[in-house]
Design a protein around this ligand. Structure first.
Ligand code: NAI
Length: 251
């Protein structure tokens, strides 16, 4: 386990699911974790559980994003780690998808990530140290799924953003990386229904779904001091889901 003691971490969408897994692992590694989430009830409960601090935040509100980052710096003295994780994944086929569906997806998953990462980088740059880890997905950059064309586009866009951001800050002690989760058992994934979960277990080589902590551990690595020479990269955490070239490859 990497030692993050003395470091301040901000996790968006940290109340539940993957964000909670990230918050938990970073706190266990010694970081002071600020859980930022739109949901005040679950956010406060998670912050209490991990010994962290809760800030209510809708990541689509740029002014509030900036204010929360300022508060973290004022209260913790610095911001070392940002996990930009808040995201949504409602399904809509192209037959039914509206402009509003498209815009909402890109607003929450892409534009808000820009708000959050930009504000964090501004706080990190003067100290010449920072670790940014974005939660992307295998869906979009690598795989596809009917009903998730707008979601896949948003998750691929995050990686395009990450690569240029990484270059802008590479000579300032700041790394910008991403994790690409496969199917991770969260409330959001459970909402897809049992039939979906069973189908996914069947096609994942481990025949298990991932846990939020599985993503937390990958984030903790990328967020560590030791990962200083890794930037603009991704780690796929999917139980081997993207590997089989045909159903016969599954045991
Ligand atoms: P979830 O729905 O279980 O949890 C998402 C959290 O984000 C909730 O606490 C929610 O209140 C918060 N949130 C939603 N909108 C927000 C907003 N506007 N501002 C602040 N907080 C907000 O979702 P899950 O599954 O944990 O997903 C988290 C991230 O992981 C997303 O970016 C998603 O695309 C990504 N992901 C999830 C996978 C999975 O299998 N669960 C697979 C690949 C990627």
């Amino acid at each position: 386990m990497f030692d993050l003691s003395g470091q301040a971490a901000l996790v968006t969408g940290g109340a539940a699911g993957i964000g909670k897994g990230i918050a938990l692992v970073l706190a266990k590694a010694g970081a002071k974790v600020v859980v930022a989430d739109i949901n005040a009830e679950t956010g406060a409960a998670t912050a209490k559980e991990i010994g962290g601090v809760f800030k209510q935040l809708d990541v689509t509100d740029q002014a509030r994003v900036r204010a929360v980052v300022d508060e973290v710096v004022a209260e913790c003295g610095q911001l070392d780690i940002l996990a930009s994780n808040a995201g949504i994944f409602p399904q809509a086929t192209l037959e039914e998808m509206t402009e509003a569906d498209w815009d909402h997806m890109q607003a929450v998953n892409v534009k808000s990530m820009f708000f959050v990462v930009q504000a964090a980088l501004k706080a990190m740059a003067p100290r010449g140290y920072g670790r940014v880890v974005i939660t992307s997905s295998i869906t979009g950059p690598i795989t596809g799924f009917p009903g998730w064309s707008h979601y896949g586009a948003s998750k691929a866009a995050q990686l395009g953003f990450m690569r240029s951001a990484a270059l802008e800050y590479a000579n300032r002690g700041i790394t910008v990386n991403a994790v690409q989760p496969g199917n991770i058992l969260t409330e959001g994934l459970k909402a897809q229904g049992e039939a979906y979960l069973d189908q996914q277990r069947a096609i994942i080589p481990t025949h298990t779904l991932g846990t939020p902590e599985d993503i937390g551990h990958a984030v903790a690595f990328l967020a560590s001091r030791e990962a200083k020479f890794i930037t603009g990269q991704t780690i796929v955490v999917d139980g081997g889901q993207i590997l089989p070239e045909s159903p016969e490859a599954l045991l």
